[in-house]
Write a protein that binds this ligand. Structure first.
Ligand SMILES: *Cc1c(COP(=O)(O)O)cnc(C)c1O
Length: 604
């Protein structure tokens, strides 16, 4: 059976049983059941499901792997981590993060004033807050405020001017934030998101600037506040070797800065970048390391350098975000329509006397079986070509042509079902030709902007029928009027879906690992807004649905664009005569913009 690469991307978070995909946790509810439950009151459009247990799993994993590596190597530093808010600032998600990390000193990283306010308002106890990114006076003073109310905050300096502002401001405060310096490494990351490292990177202090910074700090008696150096070689680190190279560089900087008098420098912050496997086959694997190896390598390397440089072993801080949140969210979108559904057997309308080639097609269809499937397939494609030529020359009519197209499609479908090796190159090419276009009730621009912008794939699979072989090579279209809103059939990474009659049953696709970056990067192209979201808390016997936030209504959407919706509505209503239409308009404005699938239509 088709497993949709579950073994490569799901990290055992999901499994397939009785034809549906289930959560591999406690009562193991199926996604289909959860979705049906949420939609039973007529809710329409895509759904974003959040699973807090998957957040907890990732946080636990990080802390336990480092704790294991520390004790195995007898490492004397401390381990710390912060969650970078830019990855996903959603309040329900943040809540799950805070709840999942009560037993750790897991802090928050902010990159803007708004994020810093979130961090200051939600941080617990003595957990760290770190601030990266460009800082003006206002942002820096917010950092001073945080320190003065007793929070454990470190401002990481990206440039000398920021340090100068801190120095000036320090005269007016008794309690100061801790100071971190972001170092500009000559080591580079790899992959799509590798621009954050390297000598030309947007961020960080060069060797010369580091020395200037230390001198400035000394001169103003602030060297004691300098506790951390930071770097970030980029997101989705594919190979451990650039990280090791960067670590060697940073470890040496750490040692030298201590020797220059930075006696409170005790932490190296390695940034984020732990990779997530989005691929649905072994060949699309991106990372050549495990978390275990990542932790071992980091601890071992810093231990070695500290020994060589005769300095104390630094505390290790990481800021991985994608790794923490990607898996927690699943987007479920209903299929709205199949485009080539006009190729059904029931639409075949054979004449009492057909052109000979059409009769032959019918015979191929009737007698195709495993032993002759490939041969019949070739014959049918030849016949179709000839028949189309005959049509162009005026020898057969539109009905004959329709019959030919239907029969050929039926033969191809049957052949795919009969032939076991669906991955043979030949079949893949054919499938590309006869791919079915599934119109999916969601917006790629809103829900998977990284697919649109970076061609980042997200695992996709149907929620049901997993005990039946999918026979349609599929391309997916979203409901925006933009031809970029398409995930086309990829011969290297083919997606097969089931043949379904959408007028008789709902068919849902799950898009996985959408919990990092997609939500806040999503855009309202065609005015499709954030999907309805629900937090799903699974327990021993069942599950609880919490924090249901419906997608914005059309009224709110227009309002937020700056329209005077009341006025718009009144103008329309002036021309509307009957009360039924009046009511319809009212209801429409209250509902979201997504489509209502056939099954979900009731009497609207
Ligand atoms: C974006 C960012 C992160 C998070 O990166 P991930 O790839 O999501 O782990 C961490 N640190 C800094 C400085 C960042 O800019």
């Amino acid at each position: 059976m088709q497993r949709y690469g579950l073994d490569f991307w799901s990290d055992d978070n999901f499994f397939i049983k009785d034809g549906v995909v289930k959560l591999n946790y406690l009562s193991s509810p199926s996604l289909y059941k959860i979705v049906s439950n949420i939609r039973k009151d007529g809710l329409k459009g895509p759904l974003l499901l959040r699973f807090p247990h998957l957040i907890k799993k990732q946080i636990d994993k990080i802390f336990s792997e480092f704790s294991r590596a520390f004790s195995e190597l007898d490492y004397s530093g401390k381990f710390n981590a912060v969650y970078p808010l830019k990855v996903n600032q959603n309040p329900n998600l943040l809540n799950s993060i805070l709840e999942a990390s009560t037993s750790y000193e897991y802090g928050l990283e902010a990159g803007s004033k708004a994020e810093l306010l979130i961090a200051m308002g939600s941080i617990k106890d003595n957990s760290p807050i770190t601030v990266n990114g460009f800082k003006d006076k206002e942002l820096i003073s917010l950092g001073f405020l945080s320190a003065s109310i007793g929070q454990n905050i470190t401002l990481t300096i990206e440039g000398i001017n920021e340090l100068e502002t801190i120095i000036k401001m320090s005269k007016d405060y008794k309690i100061l934030p801790k100071i971190g310096l972001r170092v500009r490494l000559h080591s580079l990351g790899e992959g799509l998101w590798a621009k954050s490292g390297g000598i030309n990177s947007k961020f960080g202090l060069s060797a010369t600037e580091l020395i200037t910074a230390i001198e400035l700090l000394k001169k103003h008696n602030l060297l004691e506040n300098f506790t951390m150096i930071h770097f970030h070689i980029g997101s989705q680190i594919t190979s451990i070797s650039p990280l090791k190279k960067a670590l060697r560089e940073v470890g040496n900087i750490y040692g030298d800065l201590i020797k220059m008098g930075a006696k409170n420098l005790n932490t190296i912050n390695l940034g984020g970048g732990l990779a997530v496997e989005y691929g649905q086959s072994s060949k699309s694997k991106v990372a050549n390391y495990s978390l275990n190896e990542y932790a071992n390598d980091i601890v071992f390397m810093l231990q070695t350098i500290s020994k060589d440089k005769r300095v104390k072993e630094p505390n290790i801080m990481i800021e991985s975000g994608r790794y923490i949140t990607a898996s927690h969210a699943v987007l479920v979108a209903p299929v709205y329509e199949l485009f080539s559904h006009d190729y059904q057997e029931s639409l075949l309308n054979l004449k009492s006397k057909n052109p000979p080639l059409v009769d032959e097609l019918k015979e191929l269809y009737d007698f195709i079986e495993p032993s002759n499937a490939l041969e019949f397939l070739h014959d049918s494609l030849d016949h179709l070509n000839s028949l189309l030529t005959l049509f162009d020359l005026g020898y057969i009519d539109l009905q004959d042509r329709s019959n030919s197209e239907i029969l050929t499609h039926l033969i191809i479908q049957k052949a795919i079902l009969l032939l076991d090796n669906t991955n043979s190159n030949e079949l893949l090419k054919l499938e590309n030709q006869i791919q079915e276009k599934y119109l999916v009730n969601f917006s790629i621009f809103q829900s998977m902007p990284d697919f649109w912008g970076l061609r980042q794939n997200f695992p996709v699979m149907p929620l049901t029928k997993l005990d039946k072989k999918p026979t349609r090579s599929a391309s997916l279209w979203d409901i925006t009027c933009d031809s970029d809103g398409e995930m086309s059939f990829d011969e290297n990474n083919p997606l097969y879906l089931h043949d379904i009659d959408i007028k008789k049953e709902d068919y849902f696709l799950g898009f996985f690992l959408v919990g990092a970056y997609q939500e806040v990067l999503g855009m309202k192209h065609n005015l499709f807004e954030k999907p309805t979201e629900v937090t799903v808390n699974i327990d021993k016997n069942s599950y609880r649905l919490e924090n249901l936030i419906p997608a914005n209504s059309i009224y709110d959407t227009l309002n937020s664009l700056g329209y005077d919706v009341k006025n718009l509505e009144n103008r329309l209503k002036k021309s509307i005569k009957n009360s039924k239409d009046f009511k319809k308009l009212d209801e429409l404005l209250k509902d979201n913009s997504y489509l209502r699938t056939f099954i979900n239509q009731d009497d609207r």
